[in-house]
Design a protein around this ligand. Structure first.
Ligand SMILES: Cc1cc2nc3c(=O)[nH]c(=O)nc-3n(C[C@H](O)[C@H](O)[C@H](O)COP(=O)(O)O)c2cc1C
Length: 305
């Protein structure tokens, strides 16, 4: 057998392989360039952008937990204008698709952001964060209600022709209903999961470990929950699904592909090993060769039940 094919197409975005750097865990790409050849990634999703710069939540806003981490960064970011001026030119020197993750406090803000991005050069797509649990009256407001999830997706869809990925919150009772709503609203792809709402307590002073009390759990601890939700979603929609949640190595990545994901995102693992993404790319290739599989697409949805 010749070289296996790792390339995938996700909602109109062509990628060399299905391994994507997850939003908020890979900075604006430049921070990881000393460790990773950014040309080797399937795509890069930058830290969530808002219309105005945001300082995020007060510290402490990161806590290590058993098998994961709890964060309440609160979507700190430089804002879309500074991103375009200071961060984007560097990313444009690579041939890896750049996807902008955005969040707004209202539908109007999402639409305004999408409109500005539509006018930029060399942006491969938009990932709509309707799921961040850390912004009061913000993201989760849209991500936990099927009707609002539909409305924000549709409004952004009407504003942009760029490939549109909608990123779902796991903090819902029925992920399938939300997934179908955003598909109906015009999403080209669905990514999931964002972090799971969680908390930790310091028993000495009986205070919450996070200043904002509640934050989002990520890392290996959430993988089984994420897998179940990706499996359910992949069966419920026709658009491609991108699996996220506790993917630390190639075995984790394979699990998500097998249950139906066409691509995967690597988040918390980047903090443990900045080379996690490229190691997973290499591992996928080795898996295909070992199992004599010609195309990574043949792994997607191959779960034997
Ligand atoms: C420190 C941190 C910051 C994050 N920031 C964002 C963000 O700006 N936008 C977003 O959609 N998701 C954000 N996420 C969620 C991740 O992209 C990912 O969905 C989640 O962490 C689960 O994947 P993991 O277990 O591989 O980390 C963030 C996660 C962490 C840990």
């Amino acid at each position: 057998m010749g070289e296996p094919n790792l390339a995938v197409e996700i909602g109109g975005i062509s990628m060399k392989n299905p391994v994507i750097a997850a939003s908020g865990t890979f900075g604006y790409g430049q921070e990881f360039a000393p460790f990773v050849d950014l040309n080797r990634l399937g795509a890069i999703i930058v830290k969530g952008l808002s219309l105005e710069p945001s300082p995020g939540n007060p510290p402490p806003r990161i806590v290590e937990t058993c098998g994961g981490m709890l964060n309440a960064i609160g979507l700190e970011n430089v804002g879309i204008e500074a991103f375009v001026r200071e961060k984007l030119p560097f990313l444009q020197t690579f041939n890896t698709p750049v996807i902008l993750n955005i969040y707004g406090r209202s539908i109007d803000e999402y639409v305004e952001l999408a409109g500005r991005i539509q006018r930029l050069d060399a942006i491969a797509g938009i990932e709509l964060n309707i799921s961040c649990p850390n912004v009061k009256a913000g993201g989760a407001f849209f991500g936990t209600d099927p009707k609002r999830a539909f409305q924000v997706t549709k409004a952004v869809r009407q504003q942009t022709e760029l490939p549109l990925i909608v990123k779902l919150s796991p903090n819902v009772t029925d992920i399938k209903t939300i997934a179908r709503s955003v598909e109906e609203g015009g999403a080209d792809a669905i990514s999931l999961i964002n972090t799971i709402t969680a908390m930790a307590v310091d028993v000495e002073n009986r205070r919450p470990r996070l200043a904002s009390i509640v934050g989002g759990l990520s890392g290996p601890a959430i993988k089984p929950v994420a897998l179940r939700m990706v499996w359910e979603t992949a069966k419920a929609v026709h658009v491609p699904v991108i699996g996220i949640g506790g993917i630390m190595d190639v075995t984790d990545a394979m699990e998500f592909l097998i249950v139906g994901a066409r691509a995967i995102q690597v988040g918390t693992a980047n903090f443990v090993d900045p080379r996690a993404t490229v190691e997973i790319v290499e591992g996928l290739k080795a898996y295909l060769i070992k199992h004599n599989i010609a195309d990574i697409g043949n792994v997607t949805g191959s779960l034997v039940t």
